[in-house]
Ligand binder design. Structure first.
Ligand code: SAJ
Length: 421
């Protein structure tokens, strides 16, 4: 096979680096098409769980697919990198204290895969990244392997692309296959090879562009949502000042044919929407004014909720708060960047006299940041509500939506998601 022939390439072995919320489903979908996939993760526990056919996190419907591809032998996991025709990098891309983009995990992935590269290998960066990261990653790869080239026409070329993930946690089974994908080639041949790889499992449109546009498009999507949620969150604060029911207001305004206001809440969490806009702000700090303000509005919401709670508890001698939900959104077990968790933690630390009961149907035990605090304990819904002076609804889990309203009678209720209004 001519390594430079990108007309129709078959991928005999694909390596997916990082077996988290995105990497593992991606690996399983490719493996389900009969392609040998090796999942690489630095965490031995994750590797063992995958090889046992068990998902190390909660995602509806995914366990069946994972156990099938592991049983069939098309997906295996290990800690050491392998030779492969294509590498898909799905490692975390956090920000530093100053909100600048941190490439440490991408660089570590490059260091491990560089010795395995050969002419014709495809490397796809799937992690959400700051503009220019794919190009920097490619340059780093050829620094590590000066015998290889990034020029499509050279015999010793490797091919690089950015194909950002777009799936919604909780709907991954549906969206992995059916969401349109951005295929951002660093070069035309990189784009073509990546298009072929993603066409093995994605049945929607594969939209080819260059790498930096794909990077910015992904950040733009999440920033669009962040700005719109900030608008809703700001309305809550304005309405509270003016004595207006924000839920009724939004419902009424959304009857306009061209208005679609999102839902306010305790803030914005998860590792995507609360993070990605900062990569734009960091790349263009003087220009990204609205995007930065939206981040500040959403990050300020937990503080506002805390003040509401303390106001509602004024005059109580032994105040009890029952917080319903600590995950970053409904019906999942994911606590990353959760504003609800932040609210509960800060209420506890800053107000040691509070007695805080936490109800979270999606986790077996509280994370150490909460369980280590002496004034917090986990309880079942009814028990926690019965004990509460203030019932603080933080996440719209299905268990809370279907709660009989009568159990809240006589309680002060702060409903940050508007499910009982
Ligand atoms: N939220 C609100 N009000 C709303 C919608 C969401 O307060 O009306 C809050 C949620 O409670 C949560 C946060 O925003 O705390 C983010 O939740 P989400 O459901 O909007 O999004 P994520 O973070 O689960 O996934 C997003 C998705 N991006 C977009 O919808 C533009 C997903 O498609 C991306 O793949 C994902 O980020 C990612 O990995 O980047």
């Amino acid at each position: 096979m001519d390594p430079n022939d990108t007309d129709s390439r078959s991928f005999n072995r694909v390596s997916v680096v990082g077996l988290g919320y995105i990497g593992l489903p991606t690996a399983a979908f490719i493996a389900s098409k009969g392609i040998a996939v090796v999942g690489i993760d630095v965490n031995q526990g994750v590797v063992e769980s995958v090889n046992a056919g068990q998902i190390p996190f909660f995602e509806p419907g995914f366990d069946e697919l994972l156990s099938r591809v592991v049983k069939e032998g098309t997906l295996t996991a290990q800690t050491e990198q392998v030779d492969a025709d294509a590498y898909i990098v799905c490692v975390p891309t956090p920000f530093r204290g100053d909100h600048s983009f941190d490439t440490k995990y991408i660089r570590a992935a490059c260091g491990a895969l560089a010795p395995h590269l050969r002419a014709g290998t495809l490397v796809v960066l799937e992690s959400t990244s700051a503009p220019g990261t794919t190009e920097d990653m490619a340059k780093h790869l050829v620094e590590l392997r000066p015998d290889l080239s990034l020029n499509d026409e050279d015999d010793n070329a490797i091919f690089v692309a950015h194909c950002p993930e777009r799936v919604l946690p909780g709907k991954i089974m549906e969206e992995m296959e059916n969401n349109d994908r951005l295929i951002g080639g660093l070069t035309p041949k990189g784009a073509e090879l990546a298009r072929q790889l993603y066409s093995t499992f994605c049945t929607a449109d594969l939209l080819v562009t260059d790498a930096i546009t794909a990077e910015m498009a992904k950040l733009t999507e999440n920033s669009f949502r962040d700005v719109n949620i900030a608008f809703a969150n700001e309305l809550t604060v304005i309405c509270d000042r003016l004595g207006i029911d924000v839920w009724e207001l939004i419902e009424l305004a959304n009857h306009h044919p061209r208005v679609n206001i999102l839902q306010p809440g305790p803030g914005v969490g998860g590792h995507c929407i609360a993070v990605d806009p900062w990569f734009i702000v960091s790349a263009a700090p003087d220009e990204a004014r609205l995007i930065k303000t939206a981040r500040d509005v959403n990050d300020g919401k937990p503080e506002w909720v805390m003040k509401q709670v303390l106001r509602a508890l004024e005059g109580k001698e032994k105040p009890v708060v029952s917080a319903l939900g600590i995950t970053f959104k409904n019906d999942i077990d994911d606590l990353r960047e959760s504003p609800s968790l932040e609210i509960v933690k800060r209420l506890s630390v800053e107000n040691p006299h509070l007695d805080i009961r936490v109800v979270e149907p999606n986790v077996k035990k509280l994370p150490p940041v909460l369980s280590n605090l002496s004034n917090i304990k986990k309880q079942e819904t009814m028990e926690a509500i019965a004990a509460a002076d203030v019932v603080l609804l933080l996440v719209n889990h299905k268990e809370f939506i279907t709660l009989e309203h009568s159990v809240l009678q006589g309680k002060k209720v702060i409903d940050t998601k508007g499910i009982w209004s």
